[in-house]
Design a protein. Structure first.
Lengths: 377, 630
């Protein structure tokens, strides 16, 4: 038992040179931009909820839990993740099925799970972390680049939970779950020919998806993307108000707490999916670009850690988690700035919401663990 | 390292190299996508900033018109004739209700709501509107209804009571034809009116003073810039340019006299117009039947409106200014004055009235009112004076024939007949003062002498309004020095205190002619106790126990032609074919302070029906003055 504990946690033991910066196995270069993002996020969230302290406290507590969870995740040895990835995946699938069967419905989507003794949470958010880990687990001891059949299995790992998420329905998260698997597959060195073929297949399937699987309201969202003025009080409302908020912020913004679009509630979902528009309105182009740069710094550090990792699982997991996070960011900003149809995707670490933030921080805890446990076998 | 038989051996170093390339390639793609996003944000926030800035301001800032308070209307003694009252309506904000139908049912449990109101509500609700915009369910809440809703407000989320200022006429139907009324602005009104001025206005003057002085009463619209949230709730006011209240109007109308005249007419159809001769001010203008002007403000049911609009008695019709009737014998003093001033006759000349008149060479008989089939009528020997107080038709048949149409028509036009001389009576009509040109123009026929004979007793083509006849009485009262009749007494704005020059005095009659004619008109009322044929026509009805000298003239205007040999029999005629009763008068006759005309439609004899009404009004106006002078 003692041996087992050491096996799991030997990174914690203080070793003179290697672990000077690794007392908690946190990576300062990754932690710094994350903290900056969270800081900006909390300030803007406070504004977006009309300076309601209780909501700010609520989110702060969740973020604190997230950072503690991140520390714990960083403290655990990567081999724990390697070993338990399939178990986590199985649990995640079970939870998603549970959501499907007896989840809580909020605003027309059945996404939440109320388990006794636990705060309400979204299992789909956990899948954003679990899927890259599981695909990395699946590919880590196979000769890379993977064979087509292996790629197929890897994608299946991603697609099965994604379908469950899509049924909630939550297209945004489903896309992120799929892209979590997809990105790991891409990182595994799958041949570009195969990538191209896959991409073409997906494109050719779009019309079928359009006719057979998309709801009327989803189609309408796509149409309104191109012509929001066709229904300014209905489907076009979000896009119009969001671009108006961004654009009216100008270079330097209207000032924190001074955004009229959010303060007067023209901007819907201003504290969740559209919080980027609040940042743009109140902090301007400069504020938005600063935030994007912080996200890119996170990405760069995550990719650096992945490249530095000595083993396949570490490389794939760190790279996959980091890239998934970034796709998350891109998807949100593209929606808010009117480049993609509205697909409920929160802005990572900024939008109000506990499960997403905790899942992301845990993900980065794993990335840090991969980095700070280098050479510990 | 695991070795899988039959497969390539995992080459860790090659994989690490390949991963390096792959990872940074994907990183590059990610940075590229980020650049696209930044570019898009640059486009929105820097290049198109002004567009979105404007849009955001447009969202947040609303310029709301603020209605000016409508000017009040007072009578000459400061009695309020038209005021503004707060009226509440019930509105529902659908987004705040859990279920609109349930909310309406809950409201119905508290106050009465008609099915038609619910239908109208759903029609309004179906129209495109901003989120959180309220929709009216019931207009015109009674005070207790508004109170019930307010008290139960916490049980009715999304239900609210809002108030606007609405016109109210304290005297109701008594003054409706004089003061007029307002009505809800229609699309047609907006096309005619200045849209920005009326942006916040709900009612516009429709009739009477309300319509005539609409620009004055309306005032100037104000504006306020407010910040609103997405629900249209005003968060704060940024700027206010206040409205300018409409001007208050003081009318010549004497509401006491108006009420009296209204009651004196009773349920009869008819009109009374009283004028202050010195100023031309209209002291009373009554038309019956009348309508309740408040119904036009609060709205009425279709049935109510239909019955008002289609009643045979025409309650919406202002008989005083728009009703055109033959003046009958009330026209005779004008004919007489025309004749003496043209030298066609003199005050001494007499004729013999046997009760009928014939033009030379014609068979048609023109009768006196006293004519009987037994040929027993006639006033005997008559001069002009007697012809007035006995109202001899034969005398005026003869006189008009000798005077001829051109002289008669020209002289009569000086009294304002055939034209609207009132300064501010809404839609007053001209009446008809016939002449050769008129008849040729309208009928394409030449003027016959027979036409002149009829016109001599105020029949034929001649048509006047009660307002015009009251003006005639007023002109007699001032001995030809007259003023345009008007409603407005005064207003702060001097531009309204008319600069219009008074009409020229009547030319022709000498001072003596005026006094003799007025003397004859006094005899109509005061000459009594001389037996039938000796008394003034009105004496037996109004001439006794009179505390002042009154000059008057009765008139009984035929509505339908009577056959040459038949006698007019009231009982045989249907109500609407009976004669109209007229009486014009002014008093005190030496220094008149009031002149009036009374018309009772299909009322019968002027002296018997209209004169007592005139006496009642004059008594009410003069007796207090006489008492206070003593």
């Amino acid at each position: 038992m003692k041996e087992y504990t050491r096996y799991l946690t030997n990174g914690l033991r203080l070793r003179s040179e290697e672990s000077r910066n690794h007392n908690f196995h946190l990576d300062p270069m990754l932690l710094a931009p994350l903290l900056c993002i969270v800081g900006i996020g909390l300030a803007v969230l406070y504004s977006a909820v009309h300076q309601d302290l209780s909501i700010l406290e609520n989110q702060s507590v969740k973020l604190l839990v997230g950072f503690v969870a991140m520390t714990l995740a960083a403290w655990l040895h990567p081999r724990v993740y390697l070993r338990f990835a399939p178990v986590l995946y199985a649990i995640g699938l079970i939870l998603l099925v549970a959501v499907f069967l007896f989840g809580t419905t909020v605003k027309g989507s059945q996404r939440w799970l109320d388990l006794p003794g636990l705060p309400r949470f979204q299992p789909s958010e956990l899948m954003k972390v679990t899927v890259p880990l599981t695909v990395a687990w699946f590919l880590h001891d196979r000769p890379l680049p993977p064979r087509t059949i292996e790629v197929g299995i890897a994608l299946l790992v991603a697609v099965v939970p994604a379908i469950l998420v899509m049924l909630q329905p939550d297209l945004g998260t489903a896309i992120l779950v799929v892209s979590g698997g997809l990105l790991v597959v891409l990182l595994s060195g799958v041949r570009w020919r195969l990538v191209l073929a896959g991409a073409l297949t997906v494109v050719s399937l779009i019309p079928a998806y359009w006719y057979f699987f998309m709801n009327e309201y989803q189609k309408k969202r796509v149409f309104t993307l191109f012509d929001p003025e066709s229904d300014p009080l209905g489907a076009g409302w979000s896009i119009i108000q969001s671009t108006t908020a961004l654009g009216s912020g100008g270079l330097l913004g209207k000032g924190l707490f001074e955004g009229t679009q959010s303060r007067l509630e023209f901007l819907p979902e201003s504290h969740t999916d559209f919080i980027m528009a609040v940042i743009g309105e109140e902090l301007g182009f400069m504020g938005v670009v600063t935030l994007i740069i912080l996200y890119v710094l996170v990405l760069a550090r995550g990719m650096h850690i992945a490249v530095q990792s000595g083993d396949t699982f570490g490389r794939l997991a760190a790279g996959g988690l980091t890239l998934t996070f970034f796709v998350h960011v891109v998807l949100n900003i593209a929606v808010v700035s009117g480049l993609l149809p509205v697909t409920g995707a929160p802005l990572p670490l900024v939008s109000f919401g506990g499960t997403s933030a905790i899942a992301i921080l845990v993900g980065f805890g794993i990335v840090m663990s991969i980095h700070t446990h280098r050479g510990w076998r | 390292m695991k070795v899988i038989p039959g497969r390539q051996i995992k080459n860790t170093r090659a994989e690490a190299r390949a991963f390096l390339v792959r990872a940074w390639t994907l990183f590059g793609i990610a940075v590229g996508i980020s650049t696209i996003l930044v570019g898009r944000l640059f486009q929105l926030q820097v290049l198109e900033y002004e567009y979105y800035e404007t849009r955001s301001e447009h969202n947040r800032i609303e310029v709301q018109p603020v209605a000016a308070g409508r000017g009040l209307i007072f009578d000459r003694h400061g009695v309020l004739l038209a005021e503004n009252r707060s009226v509440s309506s019930l509105e529902i904000v659908k987004e705040r209700t859990t279920n609109v139908v349930e909310t309406i049912n809950a409201v119905r449990g508290l106050i009465e709501i008609q099915e038609s109101e619910i239908e109208a509500f759903h029609r309004r609700l179906a129209r495109k509107r901003r989120p959180y915009q309220s929709v009216a369910l019931k207009l015109r809440l009674r005070e207790e209804e508004a109170a019930v809703i307010r008290v139960n407000g916490h049980l009715l989320p999304g239900v609210r009571v809002s108030s606007i200022a609405a016109r109210h006429y304290p005297l109701g139907e008594v003054v409706s034809h004089a003061v007029g009324s307002v009505r809800r602005i229609t699309v047609d009104d907006l096309n005619r009116l200045d849209r920005s001025q009326y942006a916040a206005t709900r009612y516009v003057g429709r009739r009477g003073i309300e319509a005539f002085y609409e620009p004055v009463l309306h005032g100037d619209v104000g504006y306020r810039r407010v910040e609103v949230d997405v629900r249209g709730r005003v968060i704060r006011q940024l700027e206010l340019s206040p409205p300018v209240k409409g001007g208050d109007l003081k009318l010549h109308l004497d509401s006491r006299l108006q009420i009296l005249a209204y009651n004196a007419l009773g349920d009869r159809r008819g009109a009374v117009v009283a004028i202050e001769p010195g100023s031309g001010g209209i002291l009373a203008m009554v038309s019956r039947p009348s309508y309740n002007p408040n119904l036009f403000v609060s709205g009425m049911t279709v049935q109510e409106y239909r019955s008002l609009n289609s009643s045979r008695d025409l309650p919406l019709f202002n008989r005083a200014a728009q009703g055109q009737y033959a003046p009958g014998s009330t026209f005779k003093p004008i004919v007489g004055l025309a004749a003496v001033s043209k030298g066609v006759t003199s005050w001494d000349e007499t004729i013999v009235d046997q009760g009928w008149f014939k033009l030379p060479g014609q068979r048609r008989i023109f009768r006196d009112w006293s004519w009987t089939p037994e040929d027993a009528g006639g006033q005997g020997i008559v001069d002009l004076r007697r012809a007035i107080y006995r109202s001899s038709n034969v005398y005026f048949y003869d006189l008009a024939t000798r005077l001829k149409i051109d002289a008669l028509s020209g002289f009569a036009s000086q009294f304002g007949l055939g034209s609207d001389t009132a300064l501010d009576v809404y839609e007053a009509v001209d009446g008809i003062l016939p002449s050769r040109e008129w008849k040729y123009g309208v009928r394409g026929e030449d003027w016959y002498t027979g036409d002149t004979v009829n016109m001599g007793i105020g029949q034929g083509y001649l048509l006047v309004t009660p307002l015009q006849l009251a003006t005639v009485a007023s002109v007699f009262a001032t001995r030809g020095q007259w003023k345009h009749p008007r409603m407005l007494f005064s207003r702060d704005d001097p531009s309204l205190n008319s600069t219009q020059s008074p009409p020229p005095p009547i030319s022709g009659p000498s001072q003596k002619d005026w006094e003799l004619m007025i003397g004859a008109m006094e005899e109509v009322v005061h000459r009594g106790d001389r037996g039938i044929g000796g008394n003034g026509t009105a004496w037996s009805y109004i001439g006794r126990d009179i505390a002042y000298r009154m000059a008057g003239k009765s008139g009984t205007a035929q509505v339908v032609g009577i056959n040459q040999d038949a006698q007019y029999d009231e009982a045989e005629l249907n109500e609407y074919e009976r004669k109209h009763a007229w009486f014009i008068a002014f008093a005190p006759s030496d220094d008149p302070v009031i002149a009036l005309a009374v018309l009772v439609e299909n009322g019968g004899g002027g002296s018997s029906v209209a004169a007592p009404i005139a006496r009642e009004i004059l008594d009410a106006y003069l007796l207090p003055k006489i008492a206070s002078n003593r």
